[in-house]
Design a protein around this ligand. Sequence first.
Ligand SMILES: Cc1cc2nc3c(=O)[nH]c(=O)nc-3n(C[C@H](O)[C@H](O)[C@H](O)COP(=O)(O)OP(=O)(O)OC[C@H]3O[C@@H](n4cnc5c(N)ncnc54)[C@H](O)[C@@H]3O)c2cc1C
Ligand code: SF4
Length: 328
Amino acid sequence: MKTLSNINATSVSEAVLAAQEARAEGRSYAYSGGGTDLLQQIKDGTDAADVIINLRNIEGSGQISASNAAISIGGLITLEQLASNDIVANRLSAIAQAANSVGTPQIRNVGTLSGNVTQRPWCWYYRNGFNCFKAGGDQCYSVDGENGQHAIFGGGPSFIVHPSDVAPALVAFAAVFTIAGPDGERELSSEEFFVLPRNNPARENNLLEGELLTGVRIPAAAANTVSTYHKIMDREAWTHAEVGVATVIQRNGNEVQSARVVLAGVAPIPWRVQAVEDFLVGKQINEEVAQAAGELGIADAQPLAKNAHKLPMTSAAIQAAILDLAAG
Ligand SMILES: Cc1cc2nc3c(=O)[nH]c(=O)nc-3n(C[C@H](O)[C@H](O)[C@H](O)COP(=O)(O)OP(=O)(O)OC[C@H]3O[C@@H](n4cnc5c(N)ncnc54)[C@H](O)[C@@H]3O)c2cc1C
Ligand code: SF4
């Protein structure tokens, strides 16, 4: 049986140092938030870590602070805390709703924001030990195999869908991702943090060796900004999005001044549909506009053999989300 070491880091620098030491000793490490994804991956052998660096004892790592310029959220906040925080619920509703849609109460009680955003893909082949791109191999088994839950946008050479519900909501609010690592701290924009398989087929984000996600900073939105997260699943609970859409709209009355529309469950990264965003600007929100936006949202989709059902789902989700944000 494999021997695992657990290190309870009490500061970010201690965590980063522990990772460097493990590496220097030729051991494989992994950062752990709630462990709801990581521990199963270690059991299944899809994560080779023999040193677990537990981040949950880092003081203040899950706090929320708000200023006029931004809301900062620590990466170790649990999804339950994120969903039930008043500032998040009132000012960043789509993020609260997305956090509240994840898995089960048990997962939300221990699963963290950082762990949710950096969880590995749930493609059946990868999770069952196939040596595909995500496991360091050089092929994708889903292309000619089971691809019912795979990407309709941005795929190739891997066709995973990004599994996080919270990430699209963060992107919709133009969150900045804060990172710590061996070379100190840095920040990446929403556009820079996630990576398409065509640029790096083995990874889903641009964290470098030894780096960890410490939190997010969300620029203050205009006062008349509203948002929502819609999630469609293949069963009633406990599962990832078949299709999701995070929508943030700045309104003047019922007229859209600006919009960010970001899809979940349909692409290897949270997928912005800029054609829909541009179309909405200056429009009054009504049934006709929402329907046109839904149709526009799938204009560039490239379904695989078994996932065309995601097209009408995506259209319907966009349509419903926009109507939801019409002035009351
Ligand atoms: C039954 C079930 C249902 C689920 N349903 C959903 C769902 O509906 N929606 C959804 O989005 N997810 C779902 N998940 C996936 C996942 O468990 C949760 O998203 C959870 O939020 C992950 O957070 P965690 O803190 O437990 O991550 P962990 O398991 O601790 O870590 C996940 C990954 O992130 C890495 N990591 C953790 N923290 C950091 C950090 N600070 N910096 C860098 N890397 C880090 C780990 O090394 C690991 O690779 C589900 C999981 C299960 C088992
Ligand atoms: S979609 Fe990605 S994770 Fe799935 S088999 Fe292809 S390369 Fe592997």
